[in-house]
Design a protein around this ligand. Structure first.
Ligand code: SAH
Length: 360
C-alpha cells in the first residue's frame, strides 16, 4: 500500500517534540494545554509503549493522536549478554526495517547506555566496523531516545549515564542530536543529568564550536587516535579536512565556554600509534588543555588487519603519559565476548540476512 506508507512517513514524530511544541500542537487541535504535559510524561517519564497505556488521556484524544502522529517505538531483534561482565548488546529494528545497536553497561556508579546516532556512518575511520557500508540515514531524536527507553524497560533499571559512542557521527546529525540532548535531560522526562552525558566525535571542528555555545554541561569526547596529522590521516579520513591544531583550538574553546574537561579517546593499534614517541607527542598535546585521556585497545575487525597493542605496551604507553602528568585511564573492555566493537553486531545481522536471502 504505497499511499499509506507515504502518509505514515509524513506524520509528525510525536516523541521528538519538546514540551512547548507539544503544547502548541495540542492547543492547535483544540485540546487543553495541560494535556501536553500529561502526554509528555507518558512518553518520556513513564515510557508508555502505546497510547492504550495513557489512561488519564481521553479515548478521543488518543484516537486523534493515533491518526495524526507517528509514535516511535523500537522492536528488540536480539539481546546478547556478556557472561564476563553482564554487558548487554541490543539490536533494534526501526520502522523502515533498518537496524541499530546499543550497549548497556553496569558500573558501580550506575548504568550506562551507549547509543547509535546514525544508521551507518560516512566518516570512514579505518578501524571501525560501523562505517564499512557508508551512511544509510540519520536517526531521529525519538529513535535515539527510544534506545534508552527500550533498554530501561527491558532491564527494569534506571539509566544514569548516556554516551553517544555507538554507530554514527553524532555531530554529522547535529540538529537531531541537540533535540535529543534536550529531551533526554529535560526535568519532565528521564531527567538524565547533563554531566552524565558524553558525546563523542571524530572531530568536526565547526560543529564542536557550535556545541560549545549551546549552554550545555555535557562532556565532549574527541576521538584523536594519533598525535600528529600524518598518522591521523592514515587512520581517519576526517583528518584531511581538519588539522590537529584546529582540533586543539576547538577543544580549548569548548573548555573555555563550558568549563567541562575534555576527553581524548585514543585507540591503541599495535605498531601503528603505540610507541613511546607517540606517547610523548600525545602528552604534549594533552598537556595543552584540561583533559582526560581514555586509552582503548583497538577491537580488531575482520575486514582490516589492525591488531591490538600488546598488554605490556598498553601499560607502558599509559605509564609514559602518567609520568608526563596526564590524567589517563585504560578503558575496561566490556562485553568482549559479544561482538564488542562499534557496528559489529549490526554487520553480523545484515550478513546473516543476506546469506538467508541468497539461500532462499
Ligand atoms: N563517530 C564518533 C562516535 C562513534 S565511535 C567518534 O568517532 O567518536 C566511538 C569510539 O569508538 C570512537 O573513539 C571510535 O574511534 C572508536 N572505535 C571505533 N571502532 C573501534 C574499534 N574497532 N576499536 C576501538 N575503538 C573503536
Amino acid at each position: 500500500m504505497p499511499t499509506l506508507e507515504r502518509n505514515e512517513k509524513e506524520k509528525i514524530d510525536l516523541k521528538s517534540l519538546t514540551l512547548p511544541e507539544l503544547q502548541e500542537v495540542l492547543t492547535g487541535m483544540g485540546e487543553k494545554a495541560f494535556r501536553a504535559k500529561q502526554l509528555y510524561q507518558w512518553m518520556h517519564e513513564k515510557l508508555a509503549g502505546t497510547y492504550e497505556e495513557m489512561s488519564n488521556l481521553p479515548v478521543s484524544l488518543r484516537e486523534k493522536l493515533r491518526e495524526n502522529f507517528w509514535y516511535c517505538s523500537l522492536e528488540i531483534v536480539q539481546v546478547q549478554e556478556s557472561k564476563l561482565d553482564g554487558t548487554r548488546k541490543y539490536l533494534f529494528a526501526l520502522r523502515d526495517g533498518n537496524v541499530v545497536e546499543s550497549v548497556w553497561m553496569k558500573y558501580k556508579h550506575g548504568n550506562s547506555v551507549c547509543i547509535s546516532s546514525q544508521v551507518g556512518c560516512r566518516m570512514g575511520c579505518r578501524f571501525c566496523a560501523s562505517t564499512l557500508d557508508g551512511l544509510e540515514r540519520n536517526l531521529t531524536p525519538s529513535e535515539m531516545l527510544e534506545q534508552i527507553y527500550a533498554i530501561t524497560k527491558h532491564t527494569g533499571e534506571r539509566v544514569s549515564n548516556v554516551v553517544v559512542m555507538g554507530t554514527g557521527e553524532p555531530l554529522d546529525n547535529y540538529d537531531n542530536l541537540l533535540r535529543f540532548l534536550h529531551l533526554l535531560t529535560d526535568e519532565n522526562g528521564l531527567n538524565v543529568s547533563q554531566r552524565n552525558v558524553t558525546v563523542s566525535t571524530c572531530g568536526l571542528v565547526p560543529q564542536m564550536k557550535r556545541l560549545a555555545e549551546e549552554g550545555l554541561q555535557i562532556t565532549l569526547a574527541l576521538s584523536l587516535h594519533a598525535s600528529n596529522d600524518e598518522k591521523r590521516r592514515k587512520l581517519m579520513p576526517i583528518a584531511n579536512r581538519y588539522s590537529i591544531q584546529e582540533l586543539m583550538e576547538a577543544v580549548e574553546y569548548y573548555f573555555q565556554k563550558t568549563g567541562r574537561r575534555i576527553t581524548f579517546e585514543y585507540s591503541l593499534v599495535g605498531n601503528v600509534n603505540d610507541s613511546d614517541e607517540d606517547a610523548a607527542e600525545l602528552s604534549k598535546l594533552a598537556g595543552r588543555t584540561c583533559c582526560h585521556v581514555n586509552l582503548i585497545p583497538v577491537n580488531p575487525i575482520k575486514e582490516r588487519d589492525y591488531v591490538q597493542s600488546e598488554a605490556k605496551r598498553v601499560l607502558a604507553f599509559k605509564n609514559k603519559l602518567e609520568r608526563n602528568k596526564i590524567n589517563v585511564t585504560i578503558r575496561r573492555e566490556m562485553g568482549r565476548d559479544i561482538d564488542g566493537a562499534c557496528g559489529q553486531l549490526r554487520r553480523k545481522h545484515l550478513g546473516e540476512m543476506h546469506q538467508n536471502e541468497s539461500e532462499a
